[in-house]
Design a protein around this ligand. Sequence first.
Ligand code: ATP
Ligand code: MG
Length: 214
Amino acid sequence: MDGITIALSKGRIFEETLPLLATAGIEPLENPETSRKLIIPTNRPDVRVVIVRATDAPTYVQYGAADLGVAGKDVLIEHGGDGLYQPIDLKIAKCRMMVAVPAGFDYANAVHQGARLRVATKYIRIAREHFAAKGVHVDLIKLYGSMELAPLAGLADAIVDLVSTGSTLKANNLVAVESVANISSRLIVNQSALKLKRARIAPILDAIAQVVNA
Ligand code: ATP
Ligand code: MG
């Protein structure tokens, strides 16, 4: 496609990216919360938005099915970032990746004993790197959601999950015991699209960088 395709996920990323796109003069003409359309036109005939699952945004951009996109740092670390240029931290969808355990579980002691810790998470790569850097042996158990249940049901000793307010942890009698990383979303760009469509993409990046850094 000669125009520009932008991959966004519904929900917080779409909502928080809208004002940034507006500064670049781009306004989607439909709301993905109410429209079932997955390809949304914008006020600019040469720019369209495609609605993807949050974890799929880097994949669309990597293969050039989208030129630009927005993805959480969590998703980018798990994806690996191949083929992607990540020029701007948008400072949106902020949260923190944390280790959490049931209230009363002696995490510091468990870690120091050198015993294997069973850790359930959706973020296998982030968890593996975190515990490897600490020299802690872990058995990682991949889950796709409701991580909070795992320690309560006896599946794992600990979880690695995103935390914003902490209310879900609290409601399930879990406590965050360690910070793994601060998370926010980044603008991602297909590396070859940036070269081939520089005249169209560069002004969008410049406008967004200017508001984000203001
Ligand atoms: P779904 O919620 O549809 O299962 P998802 O969790 O992958 O999919 P979102 O909830 O939209 O998608 O999250 C998108 C990104 O926003 C995440 O990758 C993360 O970077 C960030 N995020 C997730 N949860 C929060 C939160 N509670 N507060 C702020 N940012 C968050
Ligand atoms: Mg979510």
